[in-house]
Design a protein around this ligand. Structure first.
Ligand code: NAD
Ligand code: MG
Length: 392
């Protein structure tokens, strides 16, 4: 076997997947790609297979898998085996030949393969925050019980990880300062938010990301999901997390200590930094990212979050306080709401309305079994879809 670190990238064709491959391409002496996965994007996965020649390429969609398989014949990557279906995602995430798994599928679809990586003791590079929001306790237990390693890819959580005490304990920590840009509508008149277009919502001022997380950033649900994510990752409660709106996205988050010290991680807004950090940890390696030029930084601004402008942020705090079932309902209804908004079926301001409706009767407590999690997820999706039909 090769002495290189072998990696599976779940969601290889997405924004995080592409950045991960960019970092890996700079360090092919250290890393080798075991499997690449995608939903339907055949051409992009084909190009990645030709470049990285993985052992496996997984396409969830059957027709896409067949197409990819044909296109690979007679190429430099003809040895790459094409697998099809959601189950295959779990197989390539848990294979004994894999060391690290980049979990970069968007949404609940990433839960089972991310969990499979945790259960098989991998280093899990977690971008898929929705998985942790849905399964927090179960996921963290799986990491601990199987001696897996969990490295946060979300830039804020990666910054917090870097700013925490050695050993990632809470000794001397007063609170976590979770920064967020405030998205494209930080200053827009609140009474015009109903008229927000899809193009306006996905145009993030600082980060270039997938559509779903871009809309989440515009509603600040992204920050809400990140509050819950931070609670699980760092074993704190939501009262120990202060959201700080910081429009320049230069400080990626901070940890405040009881002695008055505040430790922050700064950098250009480029996901290759947290990706390279998590691959190389505890070492450091070149990420292809330019270092920050302090003489170029005009200024750094900070504001309180506005819960009236961003009701999704309030709903996320409420859901986390209410327990695991409510967090699953929050995530599921948000996924349905964002998809409906992107399809032009509901208004931007109806996103929090749909979520609030679904949170209203979610059970109290936290599920302990994966089937309970999946059941609540599908129940909340149905409820959200029914609400949408009622509005039409
Ligand atoms: P994206 O939409 O660009 O890519 C999503 C990837 O998931 C694609 O490869 C797609 O093929 C795959 N996928 C989609 N639906 C699937 C399904 N049903 N089954 C299997 N695979 C599926 O998304 P992204 O922006 O790369 O974000 C990925 C994850 O990382 C999200 O959870 C997001 O919140 C998180 N994240 C992203 C960024 C960023 O800068 N893009 C930053 C922090 C966290
Ligand atoms: Mg983030």
């Amino acid at each position: 076997m090769s002495s290189k670190t072998s990696i599976t990238i779940l969601g290889a064709t997405g924004s995080i997947g592409v950045s991960t491959l960019d970092v890996i391409s700079r360090h092919l002496d250290q890393y080798t790609v075991f499997a690449l996965t995608a939903n339907t994007h055949v051409e992009k996965l084909l190009a990645q297979c030709l470049q990285f020649k993985p052992h496996y390429a997984v396409m969830v969609d059957e027709a896409s898998a067949q197409q990819l398989s044909q296109l690979l014949q007679g190429t430099v990557a003809e040895e790459t085996k094409v697998l099809q279906g959601a189950k295959a995602l779990e197989e390539v995430a848990s294979s004994e030949h894999v060391d690290y798994v980049m979990a970069a599928i968007v949404g609940a679809a990433g839960l089972l393969p991310s969990l499979a990586a945790a259960q098989s003791g991998k280093r899990v590079l977690l971008a898929n925050k929705e998985a942790l929001v849905m399964s927090g306790q179960l996921f963290m237990d799986a990491i601990r019980d199987n001696h897996a390693e969990l490295l946060p890819i979300d830039s804020e959580h990666n910054a917090i990880f870097q700013s925490m005490p050695v050993g990632q304990n809470l000794r001397g920590v007063e609170k976590i300062l979770l920064t967020g840009s405030g998205g494209p509508f930080r200053n827009r008149e609140i009474d015009t938010l109903h008229a927000v277009t899809v193009a306006e919502a996905v145009a993030h001022p600082n980060w270039d990301m997938g559509k779903k997380i871009s809309v989440d950033s515009a509603t600040m649900m992204n920050k809400g999901l990140e509050v819950i994510e931070a609670c699980w990752l760092f074993a704190v409660n939501e009262k120990q997390i202060q959201v700080v709106v910081h429009p320049q996205s230069t400080i990626h988050s901070m940890v405040s200590y009881v002695d008055g010290s505040v430790i922050a991680q700064l950098g250009n807004p480029d996901m290759r930094t947290p990706i390279a950090y998590s691959l190389a940890w505890p070492e450091r390696m070149d990420a292809g990212v330019e270092s920050l030029d302090f003489f170029d930084l005009a200024r750094l601004d900070f504001e309180q979050p506005n819960f009236e402008r961003f009701p999704c942020l309030r709903l996320a705090y409420e859901a986390h306080r209410a327990g695991g079932y409510a967090s699953i309902a929050l995530n599921a209804s948000n996924e349905i709401a964002v998809a409906a908004f992107l399809q032009g079926e509901i208004l931007f301001t109806q996103i929090p309305q749909m979520i609030e409706h679904c949170l209203a009767d979610s059970p109290s407590g936290t599920p302990t079994h994966i089937n309970e999690i999946l059941q609540q997820d599908s129940h909340s999706r149905e409820k959200a879809l029914a609400w949408k039909l009622d509005q039409a």
